[in-house]
Write a protein that binds this ligand. Structure first.
Ligand code: PLP
Length: 459
């Protein structure tokens, strides 16, 4: 193992140095990939030094998500304390279903979940779990909602026309999950959004009423804390009043920005969270833990047990359910995603987590100011969001983004809202500084300057 660890260290040390000088990995076109890299598998073994060479080459050609040139997704950066925790989780290789198999790691997960439930303002009956991603925590929320509406569906399946409500700008996992849980994609009602991308609550209520009149059984509203494109926050408090009135489960998909919970300054964006039934967020997005670190919190843990526990004599042989976390999880074997979050939290404290969140909003302010103060830019996003959406010189966003990528300048994506397409800069990496954000714009400007044909495409 020591030799293996030294290979790991040596590759990583080289990578860290190279990342500073070359924040974007060399572009490898997908149709050239297998010619450019030795990915083939052979019958015969290779030597350790050959393996090291192959791995190093592979690592160096892989997109660099931790650098100051990666703005393409809703994650980025490299939070070293969280990485430390995750590396230890790999070496320990526990599975989180029982105390017997995971020991104190169960305590690590429980403490993180308890602390977050307390921050939400929930009582002793609240609980939670980790799943393999935000799509999965949303799925668990929908399953609990379905079973809460009609507990017999667990045994007899769905026999009524259940409907769920989510905004047109919500995540695509909602319709997927509707198909998984037996109500079908057509049962998803897409509610309009206002000018700033927030769910139109009046339209929500009208849609629910119409469905009831036509014999449907509304069962859940999904509100989003940080929509995937604009980073908008639905009005949870208002939506919860509608859910109370029609007896609907309220789930909040906070995969992207639910972590504002940790910030004194920004948690007002999720006011009313204590009223909801379930809440999910990805600590691998705003908190900067390595992928994946997805939490689901539930106001009343009975729903977790009702929907996810199963007896299994071959598995649950010792200890109380409270310490056998498999009784509340979607998976059976489950990796230890709590340790990276706990290691970071232990290291920086709750105040440090708040700083991580606040920094991202500060960087977004810098970016928005830049865009609004430079006449060649047009802004499409709003305050209180870490997605800064803009166009430059009216050049089609997809052309700029694709060329920046193919020329290994920057990784950034584009999005649309109400018929406008734009570049979406996400200031999710709290290790960036103001200068990195200004540099982002400088790179775009000098790139366009040296590729004059781009301006000819301007609309
Ligand atoms: C990222 C995201 C998800 C999905 O999370 P995964 O971990 O990628 O499955 C769900 N909802 C929103 C709003 C997201 O931004």
């Amino acid at each position: 193992m020591n030799e293996t660890l030294s290979i790991f260290n040596s590759i990583v040390e080289d990578l860290l140095i190279d990342e500073v000088n070359n924040p974007v990995a060399e572009f490898v076109a997908s149709d050239e990939l297998f010619d450019r890299l030795d990915l083939d598998l052979n019958d015969d073994p290779i030597s350790t030094s050959e393996l090291k060479t192959v791995l190093r080459e592979l690592v160096f050609k892989t997109p660099r998500t931790a650098t100051n040139a990666f703005f393409n997704q809703l994650f980025g950066g490299r939070n070293e304390k969280a990485v430390l925790g995750d590396l230890l989780a790999v070496i320990l290789n526990n599975s989180m279903y029982t105390y017997k198999a995971a020991g104190p790691q169960v305590g690590v997960e429980k403490v993180v979940l308890r602390e977050i439930c307390n921050m939400i303002g929930w009582g002793e009956r609240s609980n939670g779990t980790f799943a393999s991603g935000g799509s999965m925590t949303n799925f668990m929320g929908m399953i609990m909602a379905r079973n809460a509406k009609n507990s017999s569906t667990r045994y007899r399946g769905v026999h009524e026309k259940m409907t769920v409500y989510t905004s047109i700008d919500s995540h695509y996992s909602i319709p997927k999950n509707a198909s998984f849980c037996g109500i079908g994609r057509d049962a998803v009602r897409y509610v309009d959004v206002d000018d700033k991308g927030k769910m139109d609550v009046a339209h929500l209520e009208r849609t629910i009423k119409e469905d009831i009149e036509s014999g449907c059984t509304p069962m859940m509203v999904n509100a989003t804390a940080g929509t995937t494109v604009l980073g908008s926050f639905d009005d949870i408090a208002r939506i919860s009043r509608v859910c109370d009135q029609y007896d609907l489960w309220l789930h909040v998909d906070g995969a992207y920005c639910g972590s504002v919970l940790f910030s004194k300054k920004y948690k007002h964006l999720i006011d009313g969270l204590h009223k909801v039934d379930s809440f999910s967020f990805n600590a691998h997005k705003m908190i900067g833990a390595p992928l994946t670190c997805s939490l689901l919190l539930v106001k009343d843990e009975t729903h977790l047990y009702d929907s996810f526990s199963n007896d299994a004599n071959y598995l649950y042989q010792t200890d109380h359910d409270d310490f056998n976390l498999g009784k509340t999880s979607l998976q059976c074997g489950r990796r230890n995603d709590a340790l990276k979050f706990w290691t970071l939290w232990k290291s920086v404290g709750t105040k440090g987590l708040a700083d991580i969140v606040d920094k991202q909003f500060e960087l977004a302010d810098i970016a928005r100011d830049y865009v609004t103060n430079h006449p060649d830019y047009k802004l499409y996003s709003f305050e209180d969001s870490i997605s800064v959406c803009f166009n430059y010189k009216n050049i089609p966003a997809r052309d700029i983004c694709t060329l920046l990528y193919e020329n290994s300048y920057l990784l950034v994506g584009y999005g649309t809202f109400k018929e406008n397409e734009f570049i979406r800069l996400v200031t999710i990496n709290d290790q960036n500084e103001d200068a990195d954000i200004l540099n982002f714009f400088n790179i775009i400007e000098s790139f366009v300057e040296s590729n004059k044909e781009l301006e000819l495409k301007a609309s």
